[in-house]
Design a protein around this ligand. Structure first.
Ligand SMILES: [Zn+2]
Length: 145
């Protein structure tokens, strides 16, 4: 597994992800261009420093731990308006139009649909769709054979 630094025309902020996740962020960037929005990344790959072994329970299988998730805020290039987590989760506005377009038309899913809504989070659901691949990547990050 290879963590890379992602950059794109409508992305700001440090964004480190698995190189296999990059095509999805490029899809997202293309939609951001259409909406004239900037994606301001606040969190991406997070290395779990609290690892005692190879066993990870499903609840702990965050896609951030393998570079398959980002947290971000949205900024309008048209009006300069900044959309924080509260605005991103309030169900209305130019930010929702952008976020729903990404949710519908890319392979990314929006955390707003989670049981505990997470309006700033997008990932590819690899922890649910391919848990063995998730585990393999986690093991790679931590040099667990
Ligand atoms: Zn997140």
């Amino acid at each position: 597994m290879n963590i890379v630094s992602f950059t794109a025309s409508n992305f700001e902020g440090e964004c480190n992800v698995d190189e296999e996740f990059v095509p999805l962020l490029n899809q997202m960037n293309a939609i951001a261009v259409q909406h004239n929005m900037i994606v301001v990344v606040t969190s991406s790959f997070r290395k779990d420093t609290n690892v005692s072994g190879a066993i990870v329970t499903p609840a702990q299988m965050s896609n951030h731990l393998i570079g398959h998730a980002i947290d971000f805020n949205v900024k309008s290039k048209t009006t300069g308006e900044f959309f924080n987590s509260k605005k991103m989760g309030d169900g209305t506005g130019a930010d929702e139009l952008f976020l729903e377009d990404v949710d519908r038309n890319t392979d990314l899913r929006w955390g707003q649909a989670f049981n505990k809504p997470d309006s700033v989070h997008f990932d590819d659901a690899i922890n649910i769709k391919m848990p063995l691949v998730w585990q393999q990547k986690f093991n790679d990050v931590h040099d667990i054979a």
